[in-house]
Design a protein around this ligand. Sequence first.
Ligand code: PLP
Length: 410
Amino acid sequence: MIQRNPHIANLASGYLFPEISKRRAAFAKENPGAKIISLGIGNTTEPLTPHVQAGLAGEVSRLGTKEGYSGYGDETGLTELRAKIASVLYGGIVAPEEVFISDGAKCDIGRLQYLFGERVAVAVQDPAYPVYVDGSVMIGAAGAAKRDGSGYEGIVYMPCTAENGFFPDLSLVPANALVYFCSPNNPTGAVATKAQLEALVKKANEKGSIIVFDSAYSAFIRDPALPKSIFEIEGARTCAIEINSFSKPIGFTGVRLGWSIVPKELLFADGTPVMKDWTRLMTTIFNGASNIAQRGGLASLDETGLAETRALTDYYLGNAKLIADALAGPNFARAGVEIFGGDNAPYVWARFPGRKSWDIFDRILRECHVVCTPGAGFGPAGESFIRFSSFGHREQVEEACARLAKLQLG
Ligand code: PLP
């Protein structure tokens, strides 16, 4: 028989979301009448907007005609979409040929890990979106090995805490490493400032490391002083790759569409452009994003589409404000709860001093019938925190907030 891939065997079991589901199901079984509301996961809830929907539907109709039908497209995406992303979302600071269209940011993270292979060192913010670590472990990067407690041997965890403003100590950035950096951040909701990103870029260039900049939530940034792209920072073209997605800005979590930016100046140690290998990899193991999705994405980037994107992201940010206000209530203040994020990101990150994330999760589930996400599930530095997601219908969020306001933490 074929041996199990040791790298996959090395993965700790998927703990966070399965455990949340298990606890939710057990509670629902004991309390069949409870109307449970989820502020737990980062999945979009609001319908497609009309103009974007028309973009998708128009392509479906075209594909149903002899003249309009097309089969496989270019693996790197529609030329028109690449150009539109470069001009509309990046104001021309990246070139269309540096934009690679894909079926989403998560898939791109997986393919990038494959691109860099198992010999690369890996650093992540702690807490972090789980795919950075799990995907790295799966390909055996950095010789990652399971260890007791949380985290893996071989992966460099860079704590992002309230004390350091959720920005890591850059002396931890290893040499010749992939450095995963997410801003606006999932789960903390923190957005790195220009000065912080300048320091990160400087450090990566000094260390010969590459930043994988995940800006999947950039459409939620409202403060004009905060960078939406790492390429707004001087020096980033020699040390960064960016990945982004249509999932959260226009509700394409199920439709699937994303992109990566690989600048021409980014090189491997032997002088080979990273872009050359990325093109080779994408054209070999990826067959192009859906033509329907790409037309929907294009529609989202014209004037009407951008207005719809703004309204949709405003809606979720409105939810985030309601959640943050509820958590600022007297019952939480008495327990010393501190609130972060939520103003330029769809996540509110709340610290419950002296308490364990899972204990708070259980109390909120039992007493408010609300599901949230324990921060400890995103990494060791997430202990004592809870992530509240703003992806939900307004009336449900309002109801959840009213229940939270009555929680007695005592
Ligand atoms: N990156 C971050 C930080 C995310 O939180 C998510 C989804 O929750 C993704 C990437 C995945 O995006 P996509 O739907 O494009 O795969």
